[in-house]
Design a protein around this ligand. Structure first.
Ligand code: OAD
Length: 242
């Protein structure tokens, strides 16, 4: 990546009225949270996704699946936001209009100071019961006394719908923004992966921050900043608002 690309992206950011930042697991990698694909410690290389992230598999695979999420929740409480999260919170303070759309469930954006955060895939803060949906806590009884449903994380599993209205809100923001920055996502999971496309179709400029552009589907339509979120985003902010 050249300095010119970074400067050009910083200029786009400075001049934008409305900014959307779209994030995936890569933004938390430098905090010690594993990603899902490709890396040696990636979650879907460690466990069989069908037994942990599909509702039927989750129900079958008890108590292991429950324990796996509880351990991930504990881990996210131990780690701290990195310079990438902090820089995204800083962008929000400068932008006139801003939405952070995240696929992450680790709450690190909020802990870094981001305010306007749309969590597309739920969160690990508070589990709930499968059938009645009542919120609970990680130490609660594994079966609900009212609905007899199992305790589960409040995250979106495969084959499940996104939280109501979430995709509409993300789409509306992406359609009408001036700049969308996509950080740390392989852009492989639908429908979230559509979000940068909405921005492109709406005429916005799209900037992708990722150390590995191999799998990225965007080609020359986007500005590619090759590097980690923790290295690139603070530079981008410094150049945009010196
Ligand atoms: P992936 O694991 O698919 O992709 C992580 C991306 O982050 C890859 O493109 C890496 O190259 C990049 N990356 C790694 N380290 C980075 C760093 N330090 N800075 C910036 N980028 C880095 O994760 P997601 O795209 O988030 O869904 O996956 C999307 C969804 O798939 C997740 O929300 C999850 C999963 O199944 C659900 O659980 C519903």
């Amino acid at each position: 990546m050249s300095d010119e690309q970074l400067l050009a992206a910083a200029a786009l950011l400075r001049e934008a009225r409305s900014v959307v930042v779209f994030t995936g697991a890569g933004v938390s990698a430098e905090s010690g949270v594993p990603t899902f694909r490709a890396a040696a410690n990636a979650l879907w290389n460690q466990v069989d996704v069908r037994n942990f992230a599909y509702p039927a598999g989750y129900r079958r695979n008890q108590p292991d699946a429950w324990r796996w999420y509880a351990q991930r929740a504990a881990k996210t409480r131990e780690v701290v936001p990195n310079a990438g999260h902090v820089a995204i919170a800083e962008i929000e303070r400068h932008a006139e209009e801003f939405l952070l759309v995240t696929q992450n469930i680790d709450s690190l954006h909020q802990r870094a100071g981001s305010k306007n955060v749309l969590e597309l895939h739920g969160n690990l803060r508070q589990p709930r019961y499968f059938d009645c949906g009542a919120p609970s806590d990680w130490l609660a009884a594994p079966v609900c006394s009212a609905c007899r449903g199992l305790l589960r994380p409040d995250v979106v599993m495969f084959e499940e719908e996104l939280p109501e209205g979430a995709m509409d809100r993300a789409r509306e923001a992406a359609d009408s923004c001036d700049v969308l920055i996509s950080v740390g996502t392989s852009a492989q999971v639908w429908p979230a992966a559509e979000i940068p496309r909405y921005a492109l179709r709406g005429g916005a400029r799209v900037v992708v921050v990722n150390p590995d552009m191999e799998g990225q589907p965007w080609g020359h339509h986007v500005t590619q900043l090759v590097g980690t979120a923790g290295a690139i985003l603070p530079q981008l902010v410094r150049l945009a608002w010196p």
